[in-house]
Design a protein around this ligand. Sequence first.
Ligand SMILES: Cc1ncc(COP(=O)(O)O)c(C=O)c1O
Length: 401
Amino acid sequence: MPGFEVFGREEKKEIADVLETGILFRYGFDKERKGTYKVAEFERQFADMCGASYSLAVSSGSAALRVAMAALGVSPGDEVITQGFTFIATWEAIIESGATPVFTEVDDTLCMEPADLERKITERTKAIIPVHMMGAQANIKDIMVIANKHSIPVIEDTAQASGGKLDGRYLGTFGALGIFSFDPVKTITTGEGGMIITNDKSLYLNCSAFHDHGHKHIPDVERGLDNRRFMGFNFRMMELQGAIGLAQLSKLPFIIQEQKKNKKIIKEALEKIDGITFRRTFDQDGDTATFLAFFLPDGEKAKRFNQILKKNNVGAIYYKDNTWHFYPNWDELFTGTTLCKSGWPFKNAVSGADLMYQKDALPETEAIFERLLVYPISIKMPEDHLANMVKAIESAGKEVF
Ligand SMILES: Cc1ncc(COP(=O)(O)O)c(C=O)c1O
């Protein structure tokens, strides 16, 4: 999964280019930087890869979500629908935008269940954020049909699926906006960093201004004299991140190819066990193979299977226990824990509209996670480690079934 596994000469050369100019800021200093614009080049190459018209690099995937929602005008009183299996950043960004997160069930795609999405749309729904979890596609085609029917814009959270596709089309290009993360454990990494892509010029201009204090970015106007379109904030990426991003992007096809090879070996071992099934995906070719998700027939078997894997030092992730990604484990959401004495943003003294969530609100998701095990896939998995995994899977299969 993590692009840091393949750091090498290319990243060093890109970083050296920047340090030679002495300019770490992505804007201005046109004379001093001698033609080196790493963030802008990273944006151009990322958009070209995806086949998107516009792209904006930002300081993180979380920032990308916040900026994308700002571009759509998401604000207090709005609801934004996302799914009950995602990294907390997705709903944090909704709350940071002043809106109310509404959570859908996930199905055996481990992503947003379209039928539940349709049930949860109200007249207050301002945006929909399906998340392409763990490297592969959400049911984005069905989700887009529903969103279009109700004229609600979609932000695809593609933080975990850079380079992923569906029927040859890049994930992140189906909705109004797509966002990506390049944090330290992502398929390609810039340490911290993110990207927004869109085909809509006005959304792009909103993003570009909002992420830079509202700056108009008028070409050839000195930065200090260029005024602001509206109030924004600072979510900028800097040149060193752009430089690393360029090197990493050039390695993305190799990263995906290697992960696919490793995933295939482990999946073949699991396929031999009657009773094990796999996450539903819509396009194996378009999978980035960062994870391998599989189901046991019930929770008891999933736990026993994993105990044996763990005994052999090749344990899988039991996401039901994971506190970062799984709805019932987001304690601060249910307790409304915040640094603010007033309880804001969970309590709103002005409107009186408090945010309230119930741990048992997503029973289908919970039932699916009860029997789910997941292996993260790395770029470099030594042959002996893979062989150990296969052996452990075989013995777990014999003991549990
Ligand atoms: C689904 C999802 N959305 C958003 C983010 C936030 O990205 P970042 O860590 O770059 O802020 C992550 C990060 O793990 C993620 O997995």
